[in-house]
Design a protein around this ligand. Structure first.
Ligand SMILES: C[S@@+](CC[C@H](N)C(=O)[O-])C[C@H]1O[C@@H](n2cnc3c(N)ncnc32)[C@H](O)[C@@H]1O
Ligand code: SF4
Length: 303
């Protein structure tokens, strides 16, 4: 988790960036943060991207969704962070945050906005898999699991909530067993779960970040991947437009890939047969999904 304040693209600059992204063939734009719901222009960015044929998503802790859902009603999916039941979730995210997350889920469901839950496996929630699966079933959706980062997000300080390795592996084994029994509420593929079972041991993956996906900072700077160790070193400011900056990005030399979405994308683009089949079956149920993506970090705030 991090605090970061700095310059941000304004509405016109953001729209120009989205025009550039569209011209470069972007089909998938994910807004994350910080907390994107704190950005008052978020709805305008979503509409602008949707008008240019892009599929969008917003990763959020649920803040302001209850009041401002209309602004984001054209979003393709809202990914709501949920770490466990109230006591567990609030312990890490602050009192009242579990209620905010589930109210956001209720609001989206009421207004037909698709949701998915995201759960970060850390020391406090390894025993909460059943709860997270049950809540996802109740909302007729899925939950995507991933391990916490080794350091605090975008920081060099060790993450104090790293889970114990044995307990973590047991939790992943349970997820794999549930998937094998046909549990539809777990969004991870079995291949992706087998990969994150290696956490935190260096485990290479064929990486497509910087080639087919890119991460944008609030000021418009590009990096190949927000989770790469090179993230802080390799940044390109789009002085001559997005496409020029994009071509300057390098594929990161990265020995650890623990972002479940990126793992599935990397496996699929490397033609891992099981992952391709698993993802296709997801697309079959929801044909709007695509593979080329941009992560756009919005405001400076706590995630
Ligand atoms: C950085 S947050 C931004 C969106 C929003 N503020 C939130 O809390 O969900 C995006 C995703 O990263 C996850 N995340 C936050 N800190 C993390 C960490 N240290 N390791 C792994 N994932 C993390 C969140 O749970 C969420 O699913
Ligand atoms: S975290 Fe994964 S997607 Fe990102 S740079 Fe590393 S290997 Fe590539």
């Amino acid at each position: 988790m991090w605090d970061k304040l700095g310059p941000e693209l304004d509405l016109e600059q953001g729209k120009k960036m989205i025009d550039d992204l569209a011209a470069s063939g972007t089909i998938w734009l994910s807004f994350t943060g910080g907390e994107p719901m704190l950005r008052k222009e978020l709805g305008a960015f979503i509409d602008y991207a949707a008008d240019r044929g892009m599929e969008t998503s917003v990763s959020t802790n649920g803040l302001h969704i209850e009041k401002r859902w209309q602004e984001i009603r054209r979003v393709g999916r809202v990914k709501i962070s949920l770490d466990g039941p109230e006591e567990v979730h609030d312990r890490i995210r602050g009192k009242g945050s579990h209620r905010v997350a589930l109210r956001a889920a209720d609001t989206c469901r009421e207004h037909g906005i698709p949701i998915k839950f995201s759960a970060v496996l850390a020391e406090h929630n390894l025993d909460q898999i059943d709860y997270l699966v049950d809540v996802s079933r109740q909302y007729e959706t899925q939950v995507m699991f991933q391990p916490t980062t080794l350091n605090k997000l975008r920081d060099f300080e060790p993450n104090p909530v790293r889970p114990p390795i044995e307990g973590y592996r047991d939790a992943i084994d349970k997820l794999i067993a549930l998937k094998q029994q046909g549990c539809r509420e777990i969004a991870n593929t079995i291949g992706g779960l087998r990969h994150i079972r290696h956490w935190p041991k260096n485990t290479g993956i064929e990486c497509w970040a910087g080639l087919l996906s890119v991460s944008l900072e609030p000021d418009g700077t590009l990096t190949s991947c927000k989770r790469s160790p090179m993230e802080g070193k390799q940044r390109v400011f789009p002085a001559n437009g997005f496409h020029d900056a994009f071509t300057q990005l390098k594929v990161p030399a990265c020995e650890q890939c623990w972002d479940s979405g990126m793992i599935d994308l990397n496996h699929a683009l490397s033609f891992n047969a099981n992952t391709v089949l698993a993802l296709l079956s997801r697309f079959y149920r929801r044909p709007a999904r695509r593979v080329e993506r941009v992560h756009m970090s919005l405001p400076a705030s706590r995630p």
